[in-house]
Design a protein around this ligand. Structure first.
Ligand code: Q46
Ligand code: ZN
Ligand code: ZN
Length: 305
């Protein structure tokens, strides 16, 4: 295998692009894909400071690395979910990454906001762990960005993540989730920051290769609650399709974004208001996060079920 750019010995073959690259040209390819994503969706400008939500895993740290190397102004946000050793180790990876590059890292503890770490929230509410966790993460990302004055939050979601989410939404015909599936969600209220996914054009394998070639020290273990999550089953199905026909995931996601997504956009905007309890944006009187925190408080203090 030869590098498409220089003819040197290739380290990585990208079947869906029908290409192979040597390490330096793969890094160039990877950064160009991010630059294309940022440009195509006008994700952020060079004047803004981008808050990068980092988990300690390969995707979010690779994203942070690309943005720093490209000269963007950034700060990290680590959400400490309180998930046993996984959270301790992933926090240490993020702190080391930020310190080595002289970057600010904000840390928010879910337990401080919800009243208990994620495993206790799960036991107290008997909700699927990832649903309470996902809700808390989205809420805290937005709140932290607002509190620190950032206008945009970037997350490390890659092509595999996005294709699996789309697959799940289509499987269950969650038509209200479909218009929200986008590499860039604009701010629709002064208290909602923009959310962007600059890695949506890159596969999980590619982010792993980038992190490896750049010598990024990331946490390899997955969150213990990820096992058995339906998103993993969806990823497996898509991986089998990809194996049989390279480019399937890419075509599925990009075809949706280019051709199908506009059909699901709602004509009228949902009315947004401020939560009576915390002041964050919600569609009801009290936001889902405050309801969750209230339930956790009642259940963990032994009050009414
Ligand atoms: S951290 Fe949270 Fe994920 Fe763990 S509990 Fe589920 S949602 S799997 S990305
Ligand atoms: Zn090359
Ligand atoms: Zn609230």
């Amino acid at each position: 295998m030869k590098c498409r750019k220089c003819g040197g010995s290739a380290a990585l073959e990208l079947r869906r692009h029908n290409a192979a690259f040597c390490p330096p040209h793969f890094i160039e390819f990877f950064r160009k894909q991010v630059a294309d994503a940022v440009h195509r969706y006008r994700m952020f400008s060079r004047e803004e400071i981008i808050m990068v939500a980092v988990s300690g895993g390969k995707d979010s740290l690779a994203l942070w690395d690309v943005l720093i190397e490209d000269g963007y102004r950034t700060a990290g946000l680590y959400l400490d979910l309180g998930i046993f050793d996984y959270s301790k180790e992933s926090r240490a990876k993020c702190e080391a990454f930020a310190a080595a590059r002289g970057q600010t890292l904000h840390v928010e503890r879910v337990a401080d906001a919800v009243g208990a770490p994620i495993p206790v929230v799960q036991q107290a509410t008997r909700r699927p762990t990832c649903s309470a966790c996902g809700l808390s993460k989205r809420y805290l990302m937005n709140r932290a960005a607002l509190e620190h004055g950032y206008t945009v939050v970037a997350t490390g979601h890659n092509l595999d993540d996005e294709a699996a989410t789309l697959f799940g939404s289509v499987m269950h015909w969650q038509t209200d989730a479909l218009p929200r599936q986008s590499p860039a969600l604009p701010s629709t209220h002064p208290k909602l920051v923009r959310r962007v996914k600059p890695l949506y054009r890159l596969s999980e394998l590619e982010t792993a290769a980038y992190a490896f070639l750049r010598g990024i020290d990331y946490i390899v273990e997955e969150c213990p609650f990820a096992q058995g999550a339906t998103s993993i089953a969806h990823k497996e199905v898509l991986n089998r399709l990809e194996e049989a026909s390279p480019g399937s995931k890419h075509n599925f996601l990009f075809g949706f974004l280019d051709r199908a997504r506009p059909a699901f956009e709602r004509a009228e905007d949902v009315a947004l208001q401020e939560c009576a309890s915390c002041g964050q944006v919600t569609t009801g009187a009290v936001c889902a996060f405050c309801k969750l925190a209230d339930l956790v408080k009642r259940r963990t203090s032994g009050e009414t079920p």
